[in-house]
Each structure stands twice: as C-alpha cells, then as structure tokens.
Design a protein around this ligand. Structure first.
Ligand code: F3S
Length: 81
C-alpha cells in the first residue's frame, strides 16, 4: 500500500483522517478530506515515515473513503474497485 486517495463522493467529513495522519490528509471548505500529497490525485508515493499513519486512517475511516493501493490511482478513487 503505497498510494492513497480520498473518495470525496463518500467522505462524510467526519474529521478522523486528518487527526490520524495530519501530514497526509486535510479538509476542504466543506470539511471533505483530500490527500495533501498531490491534491488528491493518488499518484504520489506515500513517504515511508507517514505510511503507518495512513494505514491507521484507512482503517479508521467510517465510510471506507480512504483508499490504499500499490499503484497510482490517476485521480480515480474507484480505479481498483
Ligand atoms: Fe472523510 Fe473518512 Fe476522513 S469520512 S474526513 S475520509 S476519515
């Protein structure tokens, strides 16, 4: 799991991910999360030092809106199903 993206269509702005992985996730004006790594494109590899936080955020998201994959998402949170 080296790439991450937020599905903004399903994020309910719960605020958990940015608290868990503040270097990787932030929120837009509506409170909807996005990846700071590359403006939520899911194309930039997660730096090793933040990977554990991202995995924790992945597990903690109540709507499973945080995606993780070993290949780039190319902007599509549903690229890998
Ligand atoms: Fe949204 Fe899940 Fe984060 S609901 S705010 S992506 S923890």
């Amino acid at each position: 799991a080296n790439y991450t993206i937020v599905d903004q269509d399903t994020c309910i702005a719960c605020g958990a991910c940015g608290a868990t992985a503040p270097d990787v996730f932030d929120y837009n004006d509506d409170g909807v999360a996005f990846s700071l790594l590359d403006d939520n494109k899911g194309n930039k590899q997660i730096p090793d030092e933040w990977l554990e936080d991202v995995e924790d955020a992945f597990e903690g998201c109540p709507t499973e809106s945080i995606r993780l994959a070993e290949a780039p998402f190319e902007g599509d949170p549903n690229k890998f199903g």
